[in-house]
Design a protein around this ligand. Structure first.
Ligand code: FES
Length: 130
């Protein structure tokens, strides 16, 4: 029997079960004044992660904490000017940044926890969206 994989606690975002209530959840990871600000969203059985930075005007998408989805939970919505994004791809399908993409974040799910994938360079992601 293989040894259980070790979990890097500094890369834990939240529990999978934390997405039940709103379907999405904001997170901050990394130290200093400029942590990585992102969110995770449930896509059927899968989970997707994105930087919380709208390609339109660079605002965070959620004005109310953890509110990233339309009321029917089908699409991601930016609270600032209403851009709508596909949950699976992060593609803006309507609104002022139509055709642009949210910056995705690679994730792993392990033992009911959502983690940043080991290859994610937090500093590089922060630099690319600040
Ligand atoms: S900042 Fe998101 S739609 Fe304008």
């Amino acid at each position: 029997m293989p040894a259980p994989a070790e979990i890097d606690l500094e890369r834990v975002i939240c529990r999978l079960a934390d997405l039940e209530q709103t379907g999405a959840r904001a997170f901050r990871l990394g130290g200093g004044d400029w942590p990585l600000r992102g969110f995770v969203v449930r896509c059927g059985a899968a989970v997707r992660g994105y930087v919380n930075h709208c390609p339109h005007a660079g605002h965070p998408l959620d004005l109310q904490p953890h509110h990233f989805l339309t009321p029917d939970r089908v699409l991601i919505v930016c609270a600032s000017h209403g851009a709508l994004f596909d949950k699976e791809s992060g593609l803006c399908i309507a609104g002022p940044c139509s055709g642009q993409l949210l910056r995705s974040i690679a994730l792993n799910v392990m033992d009911g926890l959502i983690l940043l994938a080991p290859e994610v360079d937090i500093a590089a992601l922060v630099a690319a969206t600040s």
